[in-house]
Design a protein around this ligand. Structure first.
Ligand SMILES: [Cu+2]
Length: 427
């Protein structure tokens, strides 16, 4: 595929962009995680980084003997396939795991606790949990022991149950639930948490008796265990060894993006996408259907999603440039339509005259052009972080105090959506 963005009246220097057609290549974002039917998790202490340079003592679940992860390893399960989760404990106090939304969970070994069997802090005893995920969807797991402290300290993780028939290599099978209303082209995890560092340093220095969770006052907010702008770094960034998961959603116009949203902390986080509303199709691992088989007939559209602690929400996001009021592609009226272009805006000119290059400051992600897929001239040394000429929207907590890292803006519970031109592969 190749096209030449339209140069409107010579005001904009718009580069010719040639993009190769990669249709047929597997290009989608499958959520990072671990798969299988047996998982060995170790609860232990470790550190995470705040995006402001903070080093924070945490407790987390590790995959086997590895380092802790925040959040814990995402467990990607298959509907109907029994799983066994073995937990050992290298932390200073007893710990456990509960699996909200999973039925007939058995627990053996260790000691009896309030909610489930617990692993004592001896580094040896194994507590074994088993269950069969009977319903596909988005779930989470967390400590069922001393939960006001242990969830705060980091003992949380996501669970995704794939429906029967899911095949990672066959896009026609990509759906969250057993209905086409939950079909998607890309899926992303949005696991929200927050932290009050005072609890963490008191536990780091053994001041356990001074920990008071009734004065809980978080100052760090996380998506998938990272604060902005670290949310937008690649997954597995080497200098964030205990925070491997990122959150930088990318899509092409007209595609369907599935957001798997988990309220894994103690506070509600009103989550606000820009670019379009979200369509909420499921909550707590259940499609919003009025009767089995009807699909998401109770789905609703919202511009700010209330992410309630302990709740999971699945939502679909779509974007075509609809109702921008101008042509995002910079077309002339006679040009052919892009795939999924919002036709009523086709050929409508960009509504303002851009200032000259000497009069404006270039953001690092500016491509030199206001048009999707169009690169333009920018001064040497400016920009360069938007080589695909994508279109960016900020997605963030609508509780704006959560867009900081310990009072430093910007940060916190925030990331960017990138709309990429057709033909640019999205990994
Ligand atoms: Cu906003």
């Amino acid at each position: 595929m190749r096209w030449q963005p339209y140069n409107r009246g010579g005001r904009l220097a718009v580069a010719v962009m040639a993009v190769s057609s990669l249709c047929g290549a597997v290009a989608y974002a499958e959520i990072d995680g671990i798969t299988g039917s047996t998982f060995n998790l170790t609860a232990k202490t470790g550190y995470i980084s705040g995006a402001d340079g903070l080093s924070l003592h945490v407790w987390g679940y590790a995959n086997g003997g590895g380092s802790i992860q925040y959040p814990g390893p995402t467990l990607i399960l298959e509907e109907g396939v029994p799983v066994t989760i073995n937990l050992t404990n290298e932390m200073p106090e007893a710990v456990s795991i509960v699996f909200p939304g999973q039925e007939s969970v058995t627990a053996s070994g260790g000691d009896a606790g309030v909610l489930t069997r617990e692993a004592p802090p001896d580094g040896m005893t194994v507590v074994t949990y088993t269950f069969t995920p009977t319903r596909p969807g988005t779930y989470h797991y967390h400590s069922g022991t001393h939960a006001d402290v242990q969830i705060e300290m980091g003992l949380v993780g996501a669970i995704i149950v794939r429906p029967t028939g899911y095949d990672a290599l066959d896009p026609s099978t990509w759906r969250a639930y057993e209905h086409a209303d939950s079909a998607y082209d890309h899926e992303y995890l949005f696991l929200f948490t927050e932290m009050d560092y005072e609890i963490h340093w008191k536990l780091e220095y053994g001041l356990t008796s001074q920990v008071d969770t009734t004065t809980f006052h978080p100052v760090y907010w996380f998506i998938n265990g990272r604060n902005a702008p670290d949310t937008m770094l690649p997954a597995g960034t080497p200098w964030l060894p205990t925070q491997p998961y990122n959150c930088l959603p990318r899509m092409h116009p007209g595609e369907r993006m599935l957001l798997r949203i988990i309220g894994a902390g103690r506070d509600m986080h009103p989550f606000h996408p820009h670019g379009n509303n979200l369509t909420v199709i499921a909550k707590d691992g259940r499609l919003l259907e009025s009767a089995p088989g009807l699909g998401a007939d109770l789905a609703y559209s919202d511009f700010t999603l209330a992410s309630v602690p302990g709740q999971t929400v699945d939502a679909i996001f779509e974007w075509t440039g609809e109702k921008l009021g101008w042509d995002i592609y910079g077309h002339a009226p006679g040009d052919p339509l892009e795939p999924n272009e919002y036709a009523p805006d086709h050929g409508k000119p960009f509504p303002v005259v851009l200032p000259g290059q000497l009069e404006i400051t270039f953001g690092s992600a500016y491509s030199g052009s206001p048009f999707l897929g169009a690169l333009g001239d920018i001064p040497p040394g400016e920009g360069g972080l938007n080589a695909n000429a994508g279109y960016f929207y900020m997605w963030h907590s609508h509780n704006e105090v959560e867009m900081v890292n310990n009072d430093i803006f910007p940060g916190g519970l925030m990331t960017m959506l990138i709309i990429e031109p057709h033909g640019v592969p999205i990994p």
